[in-house]
Design a protein around this ligand. Structure first.
Ligand SMILES: *[C@@H]1O[C@H](CO)[C@@H](O)[C@H](O)[C@H]1NC(C)=O
Ligand SMILES: *[C@@H]1O[C@H](CO)[C@@H](O)[C@H](O)[C@H]1NC(C)=O
Ligand SMILES: *[C@@H]1O[C@H](CO)[C@@H](O)[C@H](O)[C@H]1NC(C)=O
Ligand SMILES: *[C@@H]1O[C@H](CO)[C@@H](O)[C@H](O)[C@H]1NC(C)=O
Length: 376
């Protein structure tokens, strides 16, 4: 008995040892598998993380996320209130990025739709600088947390809808593509050669910041940590020009407006140009008159009460194509291959102009075009 004990214990030790070896190698195998898996993922998708991808197969009613980028309050909240009142609350969600600390409640808005819809965190936005992109990404990030949000529309505090909710809902939902105004930046010298090779000139794009995205593209923008730092370093707005000799050096400084290039260039870098309707859904009327300080400055025209008449609105809604000079491209407006009017929204509207749209029945449940015609 006593002799057998050591032999047994040797056997036991052997057994125990082999068990240990097996366990260890299994752990090692799993670990290395995990490692190769994650490294290959990182290699294939440099800018995508997995958090949002789980939620892609969403089966409930799809929502449009309306993302408002405001300075403070929403001056046209009364118009949007009517717009949302005619919608099914399961079909939309609202997010507002305002200045830090600004709260939407019964004292700051007349529309309950906006109560507490401001982001938990926000940044102080300087128009034309990269803080604008930060604010856009914060809106997208928060909206992505609701898996029901399938379309993401960026709007300013002077934007108005041109149609009722159901028309806009169907227009956006029927398109499997994002609407992103994106074109070759021909004559201008906003591209900074220092961005190369991270952003080659061939991928540099320009376009309106007012975009409407599908979920996949919203994820690309929120996940981006490769293109954004390049923009932060090399795409900066030149300080505004003041006359005087001291400013000659300043005027030669590279000038770039990040929010007119970032999304377009990022999507182009991600080889997603072919998943876009390359146009904006938001109408802007440009004042091309020249001023002394800026030779070719274009300014958006503000629509006043007088300018927001039925004839003008009918003309905007009648536009069915856009010409892109730098690409010699005529974009016939489509959603999912069906020809449609180009614009769903318009800016910049004053309170008076928005009141006129309401009183003339632009957003009324009945067919708005009939209402418009009766006023001619
Ligand atoms: C709301 O969404 C449902 C399903 O997604 C759709 O059938 C319905 O037409 C939508 N309602 C409006 C007002 O667009
Ligand atoms: C787009 O159009 C095609 C062909 O008409 C149709 O089968 C498809 O369902 C449409 N897509 C959406 C998202 O409505
Ligand atoms: C266009 O801008 C010029 C100069 O700033 C101004 O005088 C003119 O009234 C503007 N036109 C419109 C239609 O707003
Ligand atoms: C919404 O507007 C469209 C286009 O103007 C019109 O054909 C439709 O009847 C309206 N729908 C509702 C529910 O008001």
């Amino acid at each position: 008995m006593t002799k057998k004990k050591p032999s047994l214990s040797i056997k036991q030790v052997f057994l125990l040892g082999s068990k240990l070896v097996i366990t260890l190698s299994v752990i090692l195998c799993v670990f290395s598998l995990f490692r190769t898996h994650s490294t290959s993922q990182i290699h294939k998708h440099p800018r995508s993380r997995t958090i949002f991808h789980v939620q892609q197969q969403f089966n409930g009613p799809s929502k449009i996320a309306f993302l408002f980028l405001t300075r403070k309050d929403l001056p046209l909240d009364f118009l949007w209130d009517t717009f949302f009142e005619n919608a099914d609350s399961r079909n939309f969600s609202i997010y507002v990025h305002s200045e830090p600390g600004f709260v939407f409640n019964e004292w700051t808005t007349k529309s309950p739709f906006f109560y507490n819809r401001q982001l938990r965190e926000s940044v102080r936005v300087v128009w034309g600088e990269s803080s604008m992109i930060d604010a856009e990404r914060m809106l997208l990030k928060e909206a992505l947390e609701d898996p029901a949000n399938q379309r993401f529309v960026l709007l300013s505090d002077s934007c108005v809808p041109l149609y009722n909710f159901s028309y806009i809902y169907n227009y956006l939902m029927s398109s499997p593509r994002s609407f992103v105004d994106s074109f070759l930046d021909g004559k201008e010298s906003r591209y900074n050669p220092k961005m190369s090779p991270d952003i080659p000139k061939s991928k540099w794009r320009k376009g309106s910041q007012w975009i409407a995205l599908i979920r996949k593209h919203a994820e690309v923008i929120v996940d981006d940590d490769a293109i954004l730092p390049v923009f932060e370093a090399y795409c900066k707005r030149r300080p505004s020009i003041v006359s005087g000799r001291k400013n000659i050096k300043l005027q030669k400084q590279h000038n770039c407006i990040p929010d007119e290039h970032y999304v377009q260039t990022l999507l182009s870098m991600s080889e997603l140009d072919n998943e876009l309707e390359r146009r904006t859904l938001t109408y802007t009327l440009w004042n091309q008159s020249t001023t002394k300080t800026e030779k070719t400055a274009w300014h958006p025209v503000q629509f006043s009460y007088a300018k927001a008449g039925p004839q003008q609105m009918k003309e905007i809604k009648g536009i069915n194509h856009v010409y892109y000079e730098t690409e010699y491209r005529t974009e016939w407006c489509r959603t999912n291959s069906t020809f449609v009017s180009c614009f769903l929204f318009a800016r910049k509207f004053s309170r008076g102009a928005a009141m006129r749209l309401l009183s003339e029945g632009l957003l009324r449940s009945s067919d708005s075009s009939v209402v418009v015609t009766t006023h001619l």
